[in-house]
Design a binder for this molecule. Structure first.
Ligand SMILES: N[C@@H](CCC(=O)N[C@@H](CS)C(=O)NCC(=O)O)C(=O)O
Length: 204
């Protein structure tokens, strides 16, 4: 199996962390989306990463499908719980964390346009989604040790990925420590976990 990814993609990071946690070996191929010869469109008509190319040439996307697939490949250390109540709680965390990422990506894309073409209302609307999403996650987490239940799961992974992305692109302009202290606490407590430390996006 081969993963097309970039070092800064939070969605691809989620897949890399899951693969590491599950001890599933995957060939990693960095792609540059702006490159006209980028192979992603050959495997995903949407041209987005991550894409997992299977040994038979079939491809899987998007990240939530890939992590579900990887989690089911081995019965050990499930990151998506088996019982349906916890499973859908975890999936909701993933959806919300990914949705906050989507809003953050939208801000970044808009801010890369020439300043006179940027739409401040659009940026404000996306920041509002970031804020409301993080607020909901922070309240949901409360003083719990993990996002869902008593064990580390895909919900924690999705959280770490969105927070890492916000730090990378906006240097925590969101003021994580003061505005979302529960998320800040969990993020700090997971930072040294090898799968998380080894996939930290490069700041340079
Ligand atoms: N929902 C998708 C989002 C993937 C996504 O937006 N990836 C970005 C990179 S971080 C991308 O490929 N952007 C290129 C584009 O939108 O054309 C997932 O979870 O995999």
């Amino acid at each position: 199996m081969k993963l097309l990814y970039s070092l800064t993609s939070p969605y691809a990071r989620k897949v890399r962390i899951v693969a590491a946690e599950k001890r599933i070996a995957i060939d990693l191929q960095v792609v540059v989306l702006a490159d006209p010869d980028c192979p992603v469109f050959l495997h995903n008509p949407l041209g987005k990463i991550p894409v997992l190319i299977m040994d038979d040439g079939e491809s899987l996307y998007d990240s939530s499908v890939i992590v579900d697939y990887l989690d089911q490949r081995t019965p050990v250390s499930h990151l998506i719980p088996q019982d349906s109540k916890s499973k859908f709680q975890v999936k909701r965390w993933e959806s919300l964390a990914d949705g906050v990422c989507d809003a953050g990506v939208a801000v970044m894309v808009e801010q890369r346009r020439p300043e006179n073409l940027q739409d401040p209302n659009w940026i404000k609307k996306q920041w509002n989604k970031v804020d409301l999403g993080l607020k909901a996650l922070d309240e949901d987490l409360g003083s719990n040790k993990f996002c869902v239940g008593e064990t580390f799961s895909l919900a924690d992974i999705a959280l770490v990925c969105v927070l890492g992305y916000l730090d990378l692109r906006f240097d925590y302009k969101v003021d994580l420590e003061n505005r979302y202290p529960n998320l800040a606490r969990l993020n700090a407590s997971l930072a040294s976990r090898p799968s998380i430390a080894e996939t930290l996006p490069p700041k340079a």
